[in-house]
Structure formats: C-alpha cells, structure tokens
Design a protein around this ligand. Structure first.
Ligand SMILES: *Cc1c(COP(=O)(O)O)cnc(C)c1O
Length: 405
C-alpha cells in the first residue's frame, strides 16, 4: 500500500538499475538509519480514533496491519517494481509458491480454462494439474515450445496461461511475445514464472506478459537464507484482484525475510552477471567432455532454441543441464565424486548446487512425461554459483573422470 512520495516509482525510474537495486524504495524512519530498517511488528497504532477510522476508509495513508502491508515489505516491493520493467505494482509473499498460488487463485473462478506447459516447476504443476480442477477450472497441458499447441489449446474460456522460461529442469525456452499475442487474442492473462531468467536477464512484461512471479528464495536472496516470493503487474490487477486475495488469505512475508531480500537485491546484478560468466565457462567445459552426452544451456549455440533465448534473455542464465553418458549409475557416481559442488535441489545460490531431477524434484512425474520433457536418467541440473569457475571445472572434471575408462 503506502508508497512514500520521495521514492515514488516515477522519480526513481530516472535512476539506472544498479542505483535502484541499492537505493530504490528506501524509506528511512525518523532515526535516519543507513541500512533499511526491519519493521518486525504485526500492528500499528493511530494518533486518534478519527485517524484510525480514516485509514480503514482509505482516506489517509499509513499502515494498518502487517498481513495487509508493512514498511519493510513495501521497500522490497518498491525496489522490485523499479527492477521489473513494465511493472506498476507488486505484492510480496512468504514463498515463491504463495506468489504462484496468489497470481492464479486471485483471478480464476469455476468454469475458467487455463493453459500451461507440462515443463513446470513441480509445485506449480501440482497447483495447475491437481488443485485447479478441484474448483471446476479446466486445464490443458501442452508442449510449451510448440506454438501450434498453444493455438489449439487456447479458447474463449481461457482466463490465464502460465509458464516458466527457461523451464525446469531441461531449460526449454517459451516464446513470451508469441504466446502473449495468442493469449491476448482470446482475452487470457499471461503469467510468467521468471525465476530461472531472473529479473536481471529477462523482462516478460515488456514482451507482452501481464503478470510476473518470482520465488525470491532463488537468485533474489541467492544466499540460502530465507524463502520469499513476489507478484508484479499492472496497478489494476495488483490492487483490485491480487491484493484483496492476499490480504484475506494471509501468505504474508516476514519483515525479517523482506529485509534479507532487500539486502539480496543490492548485489543481485553483480551476482547474476558473475554466475552467468561461470555458467558459460562450465557449459563450454562440459560440451567438450567425453563423459557428457548432452549439454543444455540457453547461452550456447548448441541449444536448439538459442536464437529465441538470445532474443528474450540478455544472457544464457545461471543454470546448466547436462546428461552424463551411462544413465543413473553414472550420474550418481559423478554426483558422489564431487567435493566442492553440493548436492541440493535449491538453485540461484552463491554456492554451486547440483541435482538429479529424475530421482528428486521430478521423481513423481510418470516415465512417459519425463521422456517428453527430456528428463533422462543421466540428466543433472547444475545451478552455477560464485566460486572460481576453474575450481568448479576441476571439481566436475574429477567427478566425470572415472567414466572415461
Ligand atoms: C523454487 C521455484 C518456485 C517455488 O518457490 P519457493 O520459494 O520454493 O516456494 C516456483 N517456480 C520456480 C521456477 C522455482 O524455481
């Protein structure tokens, strides 16, 4: 809700991204602290009964209750609005999944239709495939890289389309502009889960999308400290549709976590650029390795959608997927021989993390779908961190070396 006049988006938008990441949205208290304050409080007090009454009527600016809005959260939201080109408003949530759920459930009703690719983060797929149909919402799941499938799936009842690009874990690219065009022809809203691309590398709202969601847990915190999420879009959608849903259902972000995320934003661009540098080096190394049968990296010319990735992303991203020749046994052996890169299903962290999707994040997906999504027995998803790229390459080289014999 309340945005201080001196840090209103119109003025701060005159600053460039690096400046906004450090200073955007800052709202100092009367103590003039340098760093953003953590307003670790649930409620707020009023100067008078009249002021309280006026605030509930929306006649005066100010905070009411931290489930509705909180100064530390407002600072985080404001800074994210400045970073996300095309966003007019935002609401932070307790996790990325609360953001995805809020973006969908706040606007859908029985009788609506939703289209989404099968290649989705597991919990997003669960909401769309399992929860939405329980409320009378019809769902069509497609291969999101095939524009013809979007054309066939969309109809007049389609209220929303939802997709992530690059997708998890096989790093497929969805054409944001083309899908948005088609969706808008039938009056559907386009929601993009922009976690893998990060707000530094890709701006879905400028390509035609209506709503962007993030798990701020990933690159925005990027240091393994807390969960968080955020939904960004037009003033109309956020204030009239999303905000009442979140306010009354309560997936509120902790002010402490909002503060972590504000601190994360200060270094987001630096971290993402460096992680992209490292990912490029690691992908090049893996492409030349005899024990690796396939490398999937949007920044590499060998990616089947490299041209599209280049068109909508500033760089290839911080994730590299690759297939170890020899299937699951060979993939497990490589994982167990790593000594620097950690086995973990998180991503976007300063520390490099690697996971075997078919036995972890995608273990509940049926075999036929795994095959369609390219989730093979030997596939590993590597989230490249901030370590020295040569140390990462040495670690991967040692891990893969036993398989050359
Ligand atoms: C992690 C993630 C989410 C969920 O975010 P949480 O913060 O874990 O709730 C949603 N989408 C994508 C693409 C993710 O990587």
């Amino acid at each position: 809700m309340t945005v201080e006049k001196e840090t209103a988006p119109d003025r701060a938008r005159n600053y460039r991204t690096a400046t906004n990441l450090v200073r955007g949205g800052t709202k100092r208290s009367k103590f003039n602290e340098t760093s953003e304050a953590i307003f670790m409080n649930s409620g707020f007090v009023y100067d008078s009964a009249e002021q309280a009454a006026g605030r509930f009527k929306g006649e005066n600016d100010g905070f009411i209750y931290s489930r509705y809005a909180n100064p530390t959260l407002s600072m985080f939201e404001e800074r994210m609005i400045l970073l996300e080109d095309g966003a007019e408003a935002a609401r932070a949530t307790a996790s990325g999944m609360a953001a995805v759920n809020g973006a969908l459930m706040s606007q859908l009703k029985a009788g609506d239709h939703v289209v989404a690719p099968k290649a989705l983060f597991g919990s997003c797929l669960y909401i769309i495939e399992t929860i939405l149909p329980r409320f009378g919402i019809e769902v069509t799941l497609i291969d999101g890289t095939d524009i013809d499938q979007w054309k066939h799936a969309l109809n007049k009842k389609t209220a929303c389309v939802f997709f992530e690009t690059p997708s998890n874990p096989a790093l497929e690219i969805m054409d944001i502009a083309a899908i948005s065009d088609l969706a808008h022809k039938v009056g559907a809203k386009v929601i993009v889960d922009n976690v893998f691309a990060t707000p530094v590398l890709q701006h879905p709202l400028t390509l035609g999308a209506d709503i962007v969601v993030y798990s701020a847990t990933k690159h925005i915190d990027g240091q393994g400290r807390c969960l968080g999420g955020i939904v960004l879009g037009s003033e109309e959608f956020v204030e009239d549709t999303l905000a009442p849903y979140l306010k009354h259902t309560g997936p509120a972000l902790s002010p402490f976590n909002a503060w972590n995320l504000l601190k994360g934003l200060e270094t987001l661009e630096l971290r993402v650029e460096k992680q992209c540098d490292n990912a490029e080096k690691v992908a090049t190394f893996l492409e030349g390795h005899p024990a690796v049968s396939r490398v999937i990296f949007p920044g590499s010319e060998s990616h089947r959608q490299h041209a599209l990735a280049k068109q909508q992303m500033a760089r290839g991203g911080t994730l590299v997927a690759f297939e170890v020749a020899g299937g699951q046994d060979a993939a497990f052996e490589a994982l167990n021989r790593l000594s620097l890169i950690d086995i973990s299903n998180n991503l976007g962290d300063a520390k490099s993390l690697i996971t075997h999707p078919t036995t972890t994040t995608h273990s509940s997906v049926d075999d036929a779908t795994k095959q369609e999504l390219g989730i093979t027995e030997g596939l590993l998803r590597l989230s490249v961190g901030l370590e020295d790229a040569d140390d990462l390459i040495d670690d991967l080289g040692y891990a893969l070396s036993s398989q050359k014999d």
